[in-house]
Design a protein around this ligand. Structure first.
Ligand code: PMP
Length: 376
């Protein structure tokens, strides 16, 4: 299989897969137990927390292990709202992931108001609009670092500076940049990550919180994770997550350089084969995520046809694949419904190579000719 859907999820690094059984056997004990076996698990969690706190230059008390970014995004959004009930306005970008949009919508039903920051045709947030709309009554500003559909990158440093100058917490979903890009961590009060996007097992990850803006926990119980996320910690998953972060950290430049070469090759060849394609957010995006609009073709049909030929890609966001709705990200960028429905996302991972992409382009060309010549 040619797997070009790494923004949906990525395969676990082989060197991590090999050790998972060992970690499960060695560190099975509950890290909250006082006996030596339990404390052995606790020491591993502490070690990974310390490592992450160094990676993101923040105190260990700010690193909260979670089951992934959906939980983390819900925790930040609902946790801030529950704790700071006098703040009734939320400012977010319209291209956020559903795991941000839906919790915000729930808050709106409870009486809070949301304003969507303007984005340009590439999906870049209008900083002047943020400056106009922000004031100290805002509960939080939420802008993701890298969009999961288009790969567009936001200037989270500038956004963070504006928020700080107004005393408003800045929350950023950094799922699609964490590990792969240099992130200006110091400018983001709350950020959320997900292990399965960086070759760690599913249901791992952490969020970074801020002591300046206390949160009400979403999940309560045994008081684990500084009272912010109750539940027995996933020790083997946390260890595996730490290893994946370390691998990305050590190889970031090499991986990124490769993604750049692959992006150039892929887009270049695709434009030779189908000159009318549109690459969304071209020049403003990360090299490992590319959404292409294929004129007069339904992205969903292209995804199915490619799948039959052994090539895995997505249309719209993976989380809503199969739904006939045009992507909210593409419509927010101003694309018509038809254009938005013609999008296909190709996302690269550490195992993507040039030969895969050359095969993919050939297959895409053939499928495109068939699909676009349909009389209706
Ligand atoms: N945010 C973004 C930008 C994502 O791409 C995803 C995964 N589709 C999530 C949040 C949700 O992450 P998880 O699968 O860890 O819940």
């Amino acid at each position: 299989m040619i797997y070009l859907d790494n923004a949906a999820t990525s395969p676990v690094f082989p060197h991590i897969l090999e050790k998972l059984e060992h970690w499960n056997r060695e560190f099975f004990a509950n890290p909250n137990s006082v006996h030596p076996e339990g404390q052995k698990s606790r020491r591993e969690i502490d070690r990974v927390r310390r490592f992450l706190s160094q990676v993101v230059s923040s105190g260990e008390e700010n690193i909260i292990f979670v089951s992934g970014a959906t939980e983390a995004n819900n925790t930040v959004i609902k946790g801030l709202a529950e704790r700071h009930k006098n703040k009734k306005r939320i400012l977010i970008s319209p291209i956020e992931h559903k795991s941000v949009l839906v919790p915000v919508k729930e808050l709106v039903k409870k009486g809070l108001s949301v304003e969507f920051l303007k984005v340009d045709s590439e999906g870049v947030v209008d900083i002047d609009h943020l400056k106009e709309r922000i004031d100290k009554d805002v509960l939080f500003v939420g802008v993701m670092h890298v969009n999961n559909e288009t790969g567009v990158v936001q200037d989270v440093k500038v956004i963070g500076e504006i928020c700080r100058s107004k005393g408003v917490p800045f929350f950023s979903d950094i799922v699609q940049s964490f590990g792969r890009l240099e992130v200006p961590y110091g400018y983001i009060d709350f950020f959320t990550t997900s292990g399965h996007k960086i070759n760690a097992p599913k249901a791992t990850g952490f969020m970074k919180i801020s002591q300046e803006y206390p949160l009400h926990p979403l999940i309560t119980g045994g008081g684990q994770e500084f009272g912010i996320r109750a539940g027995t910690e996933n020790t083997p998953g946390i260890i595996a997550f730490g290893e994946a972060v370390k691998t990305w950290d050590e190889n970031r430049q090499a991986f990124i350089d490769r993604f750049r070469e692959l992006e150039k090759l892929f887009i270049g060849k695709l434009k030779e084969v189908i000159p009318d394609i549109k690459v969304v957010s071209e020049g403003k995006k990360v090299p490992y995520i590319t959404t292409v609009l294929f004129p007069d073709v339904k992205g969903h049909d292209m995804v199915i046809a490619l799948g039959r030929r052994g090539i895995a890609v997505s249309s719209g966001s993976a989380c809503s694949s199969g739904s006939p709705m045009p992507s909210h990200v593409l419509t927010a960028c101003g694309f018509s419904e038809d254009d938005a429905l013609s999008g296909v996302r190709f996302s690269f991972g550490v195992d993507t190579d040039a030969a895969w992409l050359e095969t993919a382009v050939e297959e895409i060309g053939e499928i495109y000719r068939k699909l676009s010549s349909f009389p209706f």
